[in-house]
Design a protein around this ligand. Sequence first.
Ligand SMILES: [Zn+2]
Length: 281
Amino acid sequence: MLLLLTLLPWPARAGDATLDWRTIDTPNFQLHYPVGLDAVAYRAARLCEEAHRVLSPYFARRATQRVQVVLTDFGDSANGSASALPYPHINLFAAPPKLDGNLNDYDDWLRLLVFHEYVHILQLDQTRGLPALINALFGGIIAPNQNLPSFTLEGGAVWLESATSARGRIHSAIFRGFLRVHALAGALYDIDAITHVPLTWPGANVWYMYGGHFIDWIARTRGEQVMGRVHDAMADDVIPSRSTARCSRPPARPSPRSTPSGRPRRSPGPRPSATPSRPRA
Ligand SMILES: [Zn+2]
């Protein structure tokens, strides 16, 4: 009898099956949310369009289709995620950051979250040539920029969340303090360690901490369009090892063309250094 019961069909369920879902349509997004989160959802939808307007000029091409956004409130974790496969989509958690964590340096936590995740869409949803043809024929199955090291992807998102707001993790005193401790202790991680996940503190946070300041340095010394050109160069790449070789080449010096306009940039203050006299922050 028990065996027969296990064979009965049951509806598939994930999360809270009692939620009543709604969708907000905007020109470039569809935002799905459960009833009760209406106020946050409408604000997030407006922020998505703002992110599209402000961030797209940093990249060679815009998202290939409307981005699907799911807003949920299942816990207290301040987080989100984004992927270009099988279609561009973002998950947003409707929870503000803790004040004692490394996400605590924000002017508008929802704006920062939306902007950070949309940067990932613009980084990953860049395809041309053979990858674009494959995706057109078989659906979204290949995203060459996904092969970039996580510290470049997260670093780029941390850089742009900060460059287009008054705060963000580049300006975070906690992040700069953590980096300063590593520098003063002579314990800065090498690129091989931050390409993966160090077994010691701060673990995967090096992608955001080291990566953010690394990309910020590239943008300041080589121009704000450089990362967009890197992602464009990767867009037709179907061999991951070739991607690494491309990234090892030094980027070109900035061109005199105008830079994209976001919010006014806030001075990030003193720059990191490996020496005690110029402490890394
Ligand atoms: Zn991220």
